[in-house]
Design a protein around this ligand. Structure first.
Ligand SMILES: [Fe+2]
Length: 302
């Protein structure tokens, strides 16, 4: 039976003409790719050494807290290194792709189709989203514990400090109040210590029918290396969990804190009985019916 012999002359000519440049580009790209992670590590380490030298005299913590601080710092450093390494790697890939397209005279064709713009936009979006999520998780810090008690007051025997009642609403991005949302709080005491054994100054509340929450607690103290008094909060209401921190409008040092954001500031009022009152509305993005119900989720339903 006659068989057709594949015509390899085109491929041979292609490899002879363009194969070696392509090989060189791929090898250089691979080597550059492997070097990006150590380069990111070196960049971040140098930056942190510079910062540590500036703040060297400020660090004063007992061994357990120092250990937790070190773990928190390590998580942040790893996230930063991942972020920088990814940015460098994406840059290497973009440069390599452009060189290959130029060498093979494909640039005008691809650019004409607008494919580069589409590809870069999609890659950029997913990377930015991934790392924003990573940074939000890191912000939870080392002091978070699961299964906090359900209670509207964190004040109990042994807790000292200025009493503050925090109230506000949980809203979606359209400003609609979310009933039944859970708001989990954890904070340090009035000397800057977290309870890592029990549940002191930890608790969660639910929003009522009007999306309102209320929590009685005390004003936390600051602890090194943080500059701002803050209360941690994790919010969820037909959504993914959102982890954040609240700051206080009457804390003069809050603006020196690396994580401080004006958008997360509780407006504090001093009351005549020496206690305080503060308000803050959380805004979260909810999962919509469209996002939640997909052909896959319906098919998986039993
Ligand atoms: Fe904290």
């Amino acid at each position: 039976m006659p068989t057709t012999t594949p015509d390899l002359s085109g491929l041979t000519a292609f490899l002879q003409e363009r194969g070696i440049p392509l090989l060189i580009i791929l090898v250089v790209t691979l080597v550059a790719f492997r070097l990006m992670r150590p380069l990111a590590h070196r960049l971040i380490t140098r930056l942190l050494q510079h910062r540590a030298a500036r703040h060297a005299s400020a660090v004063d913590a007992d061994a357990e807290v120092a250990q937790l601080m070190a773990e928190e710092s390590l998580k942040r450093v790893t996230t930063l290194e991942d972020l920088v390494a990814t940015i460098l790697k994406v840059t290497v890939l973009i440069v390599a792709s452009l060189v290959i397209l130029t060498v093979f005279d494909l640039l005008p064709v691809i650019a004409g189709l607008g494919l580069i713009a589409v590809a870069l936009t999609l890659a950029g979006q997913s990377i930015v989203l991934d790392y924003l999520m990573g940074i939000l998780i890191v912000l939870e810090g080392p002091y978070y514990k699961v299964a906090s008690p359900h209670r509207a007051s964190l004040i109990e025997p042994g807790i000292t400090g200025t009493r503050i009642v925090l109230t506000g609403r949980v809203l979606n991005e359209r400003g609609v109040p979310i009933p039944g949302a859970v708001v989990d709080f954890w904070q340090s005491d009035d000397r800057g210590n977290y309870d890592m054994v029990g549940n002191l100054l930890r608790g969660h509340v639910y929003t009522d029918a009007s999306g309102t929450y209320s929590l009685e607690t005390i004003m936390p103290a600051c602890y090194e290396p943080r500059q701002a008094k803050h209360i941690h909060a994790k919010i969820q209401g037909v959504s993914r969990p959102y982890t954040t921190q609240l700051y206080f409008s009457d804390d003069p040092d809050r603006v020196k804190d690396n994580y401080y954001m004006r958008e997360l500031e509780v407006q504090v009022e001093n009351l005549s009985d020496g206690s305080q009152r503060g308000t803050y509305d959380f805004v979260i993005q909810q999962v919509t019916e469209k996002e939640n119900v997909t052909p896959q989720s319906l098919a998986a339903r039993v």
